[in-house]
Design a protein around this ligand. Structure first.
Ligand code: ZN
Length: 153
């Protein structure tokens, strides 16, 4: 049996989320009071009623926590090291925190860094939400305070 990397998109608890990603939408479970619940669960963590629908949330958030992966045993990820895996806090009630790859300079990772979702189609069955800086100029560790003037030829 061939080892499979990636999430099980057929898991019924998560499949609406993965279907939403294919449509470039972030969907999370919600109860009738519009409380957001992540990770998915049958009962709302706030009011203890059933989560009976999936709602779309904005793909904007901020870096809440992170780790920098310097070494990996995954051959498919070796060329990408070092890379950042972060917990991204999305606005909502209560706030949703999702774990995902962050396309940021590891040295520029900081609490509160504004991020936006960027969907990566890995295969016909899998699209992953990655996170990139909302303001790329602020997310570079080596970014000069002011860009030097360039001479025009
Ligand atoms: Zn609720």
């Amino acid at each position: 049996m061939k080892a499979r990397l990636g999430p099980d998109t057929s898991n019924p608890d998560f499949s609406p989320f993965w279907e939403g990603c294919k449509e470039q939408r972030l969907l999370v479970p919600s109860c009738r009071h519009e409380h957001l619940n992540w990770p998915p669960r049958p009962v709302c963590q706030t009011c203890f009623e059933w989560n009976d629908k999936w709602v779309e949330i904005a793909g904007r958030g901020s870096l809440y926590s992170w780790t920098v992966v310097h070494k990996t045993r995954l051959q498919s990820h070796l060329a990408e090291t070092p890379y950042v895996v972060g917990v991204v806090e999305l606005r909502g009630t209560p706030p949703v925190r999702m774990v995902g790859r962050c396309e940021i300079d590891p040295a520029a990772a900081m609490f509160g860094l504004e991020l936006v979702v960027d969907f990566h189609r890995v295969s016909p069955d899998l699209t992953l939400p990655f996170w990139r800086p909302a303001n790329p100029a602020r997310a570079s560790a080596q970014a000069p305070a002011q860009a030097p003037a360039q001479a025009t030829p």
